[in-house]
Design a protein around this ligand. Structure first.
Ligand SMILES: [Zn+2]
Length: 147
């Protein structure tokens, strides 16, 4: 998962994550610490769709979820800023659409400050869009659509 580089008496511990030949510097420890202060999804919404996302979807071995977890993100949490549950649409228990925003601490180095990556697995198109939303803050938008 790239080299771990430590600076300044371990105050910062950045990990390099590579997506589509683009390197992202991620402070995994700071991201994990940030997630200690966010909301459990089910604290924000207990509807069937949120329960499905929380209890089922995020535990599947999907490649896109493994990538998000590398950043130190807790998939079972909502950002306090967007505490409205997960946007999840199902039809007779078939998954049609998911949209959820996560956040990590780090820096995207390409000039666009944005990286998109998608993967098709189990008849689902799963995409992440990463962008630098503030200093040392990367927003991670997860979108899933049934093909
Ligand atoms: Zn809900």
């Amino acid at each position: 998962m790239g080299n771990k580089i430590k600076f300044l008496f371990n105050i910062y511990s950045f990990v390099e994550i590579k997506i589509k030949n683009e390197f992202i510097e991620v402070d995994v420890d700071a991201t994990q610490e940030f997630y200690l202060t966010q909301n459990d999804i089910l604290e924000d919404c207990e509807c069937d769709d949120c329960q499905y996302f929380y209890k089922n979807f995020i535990h599947k071995p999907f490649k896109i979820l493994e990538i998000i977890k590398k950043f130190g993100v807790d998939l079972s949490e909502n950002l306090v800023d967007e505490s409205t549950g997960v946007w999840c649409v199902r039809n007779d228990s078939h998954l049609l659409h998911i949209f959820q925003v996560y956040q990590a601490k780090g820096v995207i180095h390409n000039p666009q400050k944005e990286i998109k990556y998608s993967v098709i697995e189990h008849g689902l198109k799963m995409e992440i869009r990463l962008y630098q939303s503030a200093f040392n803050v990367i927003d991670i938008e997860l979108t899933v659509n049934k093909l």
